[in-house]
Design a binder for this molecule. Structure first.
Ligand code: NAD
Length: 218
C-alpha cells in the first residue's frame, strides 16, 4: 500500500510517552522508520516495541535534548542506522512548577524548563537542519497554547513556549528558500502524563480545563 512516508526517516523527541509516543506510532503507521529519542529507556523501548508489533521499524536513542553531546549523538545514531533524516518532531518538554507565581518560582526549575523546552528545540534544530535540508524534509516544533497567550500555569512554561514560537518563526524564514518547512504546533490541553500531573488529578482543575475546551474534554 502506498503510505505517506514510505521508507523515510522521522525523529521524535520525547517519544517515550504522551503526544510523542502517539506521533512516533503515527509516523510508523505511515511507513516511516522512526527514531524515538527520549530520556527514559524503559518507556521509549516500549514505544519501539509497539511500533514493531504493528509491523513498523523504529529505534531508541537515549537523549537528553538539553545536552549538546547527546543531541549530536542522537543525529549520529540516526544516520548510522537509517542513513538519512527526513522529518523531525521536536516535542520533548516538561511542565516545571505549575500554578507557582513568579516570586515563588524556583530558579533551578526555571533553568530546567528553559533548557529543555527552548534550548532543547534550538539544539535539535541546530544538528538536524543540515540533514533535513539535504532530504528536503520538514521540522515541527512543539509549542503550546501557552506559547500564544498568557495563563497562570507557570511562568517558565509560558516563557519557554513563547520562545519556541519565536525560534520557529525565525528558523522558518531563515530556511524558507532551502525547500524545507519549519512549523510549530500549539495544542491546548491533551490528556497525557504531563496534564495528569498538572490538571487531571484534581477535580476542580479538571472541570476548569474542560470548561475552556469547546469539545468538552482535554
Ligand atoms: P509527556 O510528559 O507524556 O511527554 C513529555 C516527553 O518529553 C516524555 O517522553 C519525556 O520523557 C520527554 N522529555 C522530557 N524532558 C526531556 C529531555 N530533557 N530530553 C528528552 N526527552 C525529554 O507529556 P505530553 O503532554 O505528551 O508533552 C509532550 C510535549 O507537548 C511537551 O513539550 C509539552 O509541553 C507539549 N504540550 C502538551 C500539551 C498537553 O496538553 N499535553 C499541550 C501543549 C503542548
Amino acid at each position: 500500500m502506498n503510505k505517506l512516508f514510505n521508507g523515510e526517516v522521522a525523529l521524535v523527541t520525547g517519544g517515550s510517552s504522551g503526544i510523542g509516543r502517539a506521533t512516533a506510532m503515527a509516523f510508523a503507521a505511515e511507513g516511516a522508520k522512526v527514531v524515538v529519542a527520549s530520556r527514559r529507556s524503559e518507556e521509549s523501548e516500549e514505544t519501539v516495541r509497539l511500533i514493531e508489533a504493528d509491523g513498523g521499524e523504529a529505534m531508541f536513542v537515549k537523549t537528553d535534548v538539553s545536552k549538546t553531546s547527546e543531541v549530536q549523538a542522537m543525529i549520529a545514531e540516526t544516520l548510522k542506522r537509517f542513513g538519512a533524516l527526513n522529518f523531525a518532531f521536536n516535542n520533548a518538554g516538561i511542565e516545571g512548577d505549575p500554578f507557582v507565581p513568579v516570586e515563588e518560582y524556583s530558579e533551578t526549575t526555571w533553568d530546567q524548563v528553559i533548557e529543555i523546552n527552548l534550548k532543547g528545540v534550538f539544539l535539535c534544530m541546530k544538528y538536524e537542519l543540515a540533514h533535513i535540508v539535504k532530504a528536503k524534509g520538514a521540522i515541527v516544533n512543539m509549542a503550546s497554547v501557552a506559547g500564544l497567550v498568557g495563563g497562570r500555569v507557570g511562568s517558565a512554561y509560558y516563557a519557554s513556549k513563547h520562545g519556541v514560537v519565536g525560534l520557529t518563526k525565525a528558523a522558518a524564514l531563515e530556511y524558507a528558500d532551502k525547500g524545507i518547512r519549519i512549523n510549530a504546533v500549539a495544542p491546548a490541553v491533551i490528556k497525557s502524563a504531563m496534564t495528569d500531573r498538572t490538571f487531571f488529578h484534581d477535580e476542580e482543575r479538571t472541570a476548569a480545563v474542560i470548561a475552556r475546551h469547546p469539545v468538552g474534554r482535554g
